[in-house]
Design a protein around this ligand. Structure first.
Ligand code: SIN
Length: 319
């Protein structure tokens, strides 16, 4: 779709970027998701001017992103799709908590035909901090939306632009909390200018709109859990999940997709009983390299939490 409009819609979902604490110096004892997105935007000097007065705020949710759920994802996907189809809209910014930001980014990457930019941004420090990082991240996110040729689902934080596929929260405290592992960032935002190191991400080839309707209208999404292979792993957790009706299991494997023999036995029983099993790796970088004779498919480079999102959507599509 041709980009003709100027409007930049900022969809608020909560997070630390909208968090407040009783004391300005307190960067950890705060409550996330307190400030409305319109108020957040109004508090950033020069933001509306940077966007040519075309910023529009819309509150989709107001949560700590550790509590992200299917309902918010559904609402967010629908609002994104509606705005992306509006010729007046140049692109979207989504304010989000850092904790599950990468999962939402991957969910949207799989759901949207994002020929326009969809930029998730966040903050590690609350809005009330002595030096909050949210305002600069918002300015940078708007700069990315306005960059020529920008498209696809991205994350902007701490001056870096990341693609949805590889971005991961890698630090629980530092302002520079995200990385894209081996892939590296797509680029950087420097004084309002985007310097690309890679091409803009390609929009996902969206399977078909009926499938999207199916996904957003399904009231019960498939139950998919992540299990970890570790020293001393047993079969009991997986056996209990299968008894309770789990439909998919993503295994955060050791190294190149290896699994403790006790856990592996349970996973084989699960797979034989019709549960979808997918292997990812616990290693923060790299991906499982498949080899002949593998019993379980691998996640094609997706981290365990993103592989869970992909499996949920796959099961929904197939259902
Ligand atoms: C959250 O993820 O909503 C809280 C933590 C954060 O945004 O850094």
């Amino acid at each position: 779709m041709q980009v003709s409009g100027k409007k930049i819609v900022v969809l608020g979902t909560g997070g630390t970027i909208a968090g407040t604490s009783a004391q300005a110096g307190d960067n950890i004892g705060y409550t996330a998701a307190q400030v409305g997105v319109a108020q957040l935007l109004a508090a950033v000097p020069g933001l509306q001017a940077l966007a040519g007065g075309a910023l529009v705020a819309e509150q989709v949710a107001q949560i700590d992103s550790k509590d992200m759920d299917d309902g918010v994802w559904r609402a967010l996907a629908l609002r994104c799709r509606q705005h992306l189809n509006d010729p007046e809209v140049r692109g979207l910014v989504i304010t989000h908590g850092t904790d599950t930001l990468e999962e939402t980014a991957w969910f949207l990457q799989e759901m949207l035909e994002a020929h326009k930019p969809v930029v998730l941004t966040c903050a590690m420090r609350p809005a009330t901090a002595l030096t909050p990082d949210g305002p600069q991240n918002l300015l940078d996110a708007v700069a990315v939306v306005q960059a020529p040729g920008a498209a696809g689902v991205m994350v902007v934080a701490a001056g870096e632009v990341h693609g949805a596929r590889y971005v991961q929260k890698a630090h629980p405290y530092r302002v520079h909390a995200f990385h894209s592992g081996d892939a590296g960032p797509l680029g950087w935002v420097e004084e309002g200018r985007v310097r690309l190191a890679q091409n803009w991400p390609l929009p996902q080839d969206v399977y078909d709109l009926v499938a999207i309707e199916k996904i957003v209208s399904a009231t019960d999404w498939p139950w998919v859990e992540v299990v970890v292979s570790h020293a001393g792993a047993t079969s009991r957790g997986v056996d209990a999940l299968v008894r309770d009706g789990v439909q998919g299991l993503v295994v955060a494997c050791t190294g190149n997709g290896t699994i403790h023999h006790a856990l592996e036995a349970a996973l084989l029983r699960a797979q034989n009983a019709g549960v979808r099993v997918v292997r990812s790796t616990r290693c923060p970088e790299g991906q499982v390299l498949p080899k002949p004779g593998d019993v379980f498919p691998d996640s094609q480079g997706l981290s365990p939490v993103k592989a869970r999102v992909a499996l949920v959507l796959d099961l929904l599509r197939a259902g």
